[in-house]
Ligand binder design. Sequence first.
Ligand SMILES: *Cc1c(COP(=O)(O)O)cnc(C)c1O
Length: 731
Amino acid sequence: MAGSTDTLMSKVGEQGISNSLSAETMYHKCLTLARNLWWTWQPDVINLFRELDPIRWRQLDHNPVALLSEITPERLEIRISELSLHSRINQAYRRLKEYLSERPLWARTHAGVLGSKPVAYFSLEYGIHESVPIYSGGLGVLSGDHCKSASDLGVPLVAVGLFYDQGYFKQHLNHDGWQEEEYIDVRVEKLPLELATDEEGKPIIIQIETRTGVLKAKVWLMRVGRVNVYLLDTDVDGNNPEDRDLTSRLYGGDNRTRIRQELVVGVGGVRALRAVGIKPGVYHLNEGHSAFAVLEVMRERITDDGLSFHDAFRETAHSTVFTTHTPVEAGHDRFDAGLIEEHLGPLRDALKISHDQLMGLGRVNPNDGGETFCMTVLALKCSHKSNAVSALHGRVTRNMWSRLYSWRIEDEVPIGHITNGVHIPTWLAWQMKLLYDRYFPPDWYRRMGEPEVWEGIFQVDPGELWETHLTLKTQLISFVRRRVSRQCRRREEPDEVIEMARSVLDPTVLTIGFGRRFATYKRATLLLTDEERLNRILNDPHRPVQFIFAGKAHPQDVPGKELIQRIANLRKDPRFAQRIVFIEDYDINVCRHMVQGVDVWLNNPRRPLEASGTSGQKAVLNGALHMSALDGWWAEAYDGSNGFAIGSGTCHADFTVTDARDTQSLYEVLENLVVPMFYDFDENGLPQQWLRRMMNSISSLAWRFSAHRMVADYVRQAYLPAAGGLSSSMG
Ligand SMILES: *Cc1c(COP(=O)(O)O)cnc(C)c1O
């Protein structure tokens, strides 16, 4: 008797131990998955996290680190058992480990020399996922997509940026439709960040001397697949209170805040890489904000290698790649001589150059004492390879900066272009991926930057394509209804208004999306120029149309806020209440829902002010048709049968004339082309012509405007030339 009891007891004990062991192991595996943002482009891992607690998942902004912090290993184990998730978690964990340990074929065959000389990529914002709010819009999402594709392709790259504990603002509209900004402290322990450490395992603190004191920053490490992103944060002991807040907001504060942020990301960024033991072979400045980095690289060469300023300058420029994004002069950062001397003075001493020489690096005309210091000029002068972000933007940029190269004719200004693209695994709906999986070559997901694989779209059964699209559209409309009714509740509107919001929009109606920053040149209200004509289009009894708008205006941009207000207040106009909605707080999550579910993605900027634009690229991947002015990427993408063009691609010297022409064109394209084609159903209820255009669009655009293609272009055209060459000739 006693013996059998013993056995029983010990069995229970063992089981208890192995259960808690398994609980610990499972928790550890989930946490490992959550702490590398690789999961953000793995639909099955996203679904895993969601299933653990669908409601909290949504409430926590799809943040798995936050989700896991609310749950004990034991509780998690119970949940995993209930849902039988063990093998899926094990499999996801194994896939992550494999992903991190292999070096993809593409990099082994194409990125050669970068293996020992990684690329250091600098950007002021990174849009990786909605749960890590350190981005404001297009520039950040581009940086995020660049890192993700570099990771997938295996390009050796580390990234540098800032950590903003309040990020960019959250947008709410009040009763009058006026934008209000809310800043929320992000709790760093709820983010996938860890302190970066030096070779001895001690947290890194970098220091930057200025004429008015020392600035310190700690360094966070964020893992994005194989790419490490280092984020500097001035909230450290030893900084005065003002400096502790220096990096709390993205694009907040005055010009002095701005130059100090740029000092931290540029000079501090180079020092941070050095402290973690990384020796980059190439520096890529994504926009001029981080251009001070080159001065610090020159200082290293002078201090460490004894080079003269002249040689340090030449060698640094050779290994520097610069991408410019801003087609208007006013958009480029400029600082006066006082700010430059205050912040760069000590660095200038080490460079052994005069104040005037330093100022000259940021001036078009070095001898013009009245010219302020322009970050773009610094970046252009100090980089061997410069590029714009679309073919048209390249032409505009060469024209804008031809003064810098007065000895050359404009076409020979050494600024090329690499057109932006989007990270397909991030933006492609998983339902669409399943469809592509069935019809594309089996290895298409590894070869998504190649045109051939996308020919598979013509094999897809049109009925299946349409059905998949309708599923996604229905999802979008549920999302819109949820958000719009939440917006009404927040404004404490009457019950009947909230009730109406729950049924706003109609899944059978042609749905057009417009999601972007509300800058005036993007002309969000072009469509409203003739309200009666718009009314006729939207409320046509047989062929109605509806619109979903979203976007933030910069906090200081009053005209931008007025555009939002005008659109938001259409909900009070009975003609438009059921046909036009405004979703607050446009971010990666809102964008993803919109681009995956709309029929048409609208973009009508005033040419040539849209450098590239990328949201339309996300939409076409998912089968939406792009209707856009021939600006940015669309100017080189539209071929007559893969979407719709607004305007003829010319612009009048007087922009009011251009606007009037484009308005006319916008209405005509809608009335005569888009609406009739969408509603031209065959006997099976399929809009055959429309489906054909979807296929043309997917096959001709998806690969070309992918971030894989973009990163491959950077490797071939910029990184490899920057990494090689000069050192051999220097002997
Ligand atoms: C893709 C994206 C953008 C950029 O879109 P544009 O076409 O350049 O306007 C901006 N914001 C978010 C949240 C995005 O996801």
